[in-house]
Design a protein around this ligand. Structure first.
Ligand code: COA
Length: 328
């Protein structure tokens, strides 16, 4: 008989960090290209401005910067990280995984390193995996990164996407704990809705000399997210064994301010629950949106160490993941 893997009794998030690219793009810089207005964008999405990366702010560079902040916050040295997971859909090379390059640039000691593709839900998928790896004995401390340079694949002339998508990186260090710090994940997919958010076949786009722009049918995505995701959030609370009244913070994927509000309403979250609203100044940064929003709530003192937070994210696939976590 072979030995069974043994891990820590529980896992928790030990630290979070983010990287916000330097170019601030207000609505006024976008509206002429898409025949829109600052007022329309603010009312329909809640977005006032977003960040777009410059040439130096690559997926790797932003990941490394966010990770350094998360490691500092966690007070964990890079030597103690034995697994690096990068969630992204805008690393424009299929292989090697950017996670291995990020681990190397951080000076990590040959950790497991790989990328995952779960679009805007990628970070929450990574947190679920990290928790299971630590409890299953595959890793002691895991670095989970959500990073995007969506400006590379967003058509500046597309009225349905140009004002929404943006760039950035967020990271979390997940490690062992004596008490439960990451609740059971509720996750799933609806591949029948795959065509609602997608990029084209890259070989075909290349042959046609076209950029593989991201396309989205915003309205059906909006309806799906506002209704179906409230049930997913509710289930994550139930599985974590807490009620909405006991929740401290709500950190949903920053897709659209109206979706954030609709979810909070449908889930009947009491006014005492603090709600992340990072989208106003960051736009939709896909896999980076939840850790960036979380970082802001902690930095601005809206969220305290030990608070419970419901994370929920959803996007292309369509895919989704939600869990309750205890904040570092
Ligand atoms: N500027 C000005 N007007 C615009 C516009 C723009 N950028 N885009 C569309 N419109 C117009 C449409 O032509 C339409 O006009 P009409 O009523 O005269 O026909 C009207 O605004 C409504 O269009 P619609 O597409 O129904 O808008 P919406 O309320 O659904 O808002 C989104 C559009 C994209 C903001 C919204 O659908 C959304 O946020 N969807 C989900 C996005 C999301 O979560 N994506 C990521 C998941 S990861």
């Amino acid at each position: 008989m072979i030995s069974a893997p043994t891990g820590a009794p529980h896992a928790r998030i030990l630290g979070v960090g983010g990287y916000r690219p330097s170019r601030v793009i207000p609505n006024s810089e976008i509206v002429d290209l898409i025949d829109s207005s600052d007022e329309w964008i603010r009312t329909r999405s809640g977005i006032v401005e977003r960040r777009w990366a410059n040439d130096e702010e690559t997926v790797q560079m932003m990941s490394v910067a966010a990770s350094r902040k998360a490691l500092d916050h966690a007070k964990i040295s890079i030597d103690e990280i034995d697994c690096v997971i990068v969630a992204t859909v805008s690393h424009m090379r299929q292989t090697p995984a950017v996670a291995a390059l990020v681990a190397d640039e951080l000076g990590a000691d040959h950790p497991a390193a790989f990328d995952i593709s779960a679009a805007c839900a990628g970070f929450c998928h990574g947190i679920a995996m990290a928790s299971d790896f630590i409890r299953g004995g595959s890793a002691r401390n895991v670095l989970v990164i959500g990073v995007e340079r969506l400006s590379d694949i967003t058509n500046p002339h597309d009225r349905g996407t140009a004002f929404i998508f943006a760039d950035g990186a967020g990271a979390a260090v997940v490690g062992p704990s004596d008490e439960p710090g990451i609740g059971p994940v509720v996750w799933g997919s609806s591949g029948d809705k795959a065509e609602l958010i997608q990029t084209p076949d890259w070989f075909e786009a290349n042959e046609a000399k076209e950029t593989p722009w991201l396309t989205m049918e915003g309205n059906p995505v909006f309806r799906w997210a506002s209704f179906a995701m409230a049930k997913v959030g509710q289930e994550a609370l139930e599985k974590a064994g807490i009620t909405a009244d006991e929740l401290d913070c709500f950190v949903p994927h920053q897709a659209n301010m109206r979706i954030v509000d609709a979810l909070a309403r449908s889930m009947k979250l009491p006014e005492t629950v603090k709600i992340a609203r990072d989208i106003a100044t960051m736009g939709n940064t896909s896999a980076a949106s939840v850790p960036l929003a979380l970082e802001r709530m902690i930095e601005e003192g809206q969220a305290q160490s030990g608070d419970t937070a419901l994370l929920i994210a959803f996007g292309a696939g369509l895919v989704y993941a939600a869990q309750v976590v205890v904040l570092p």
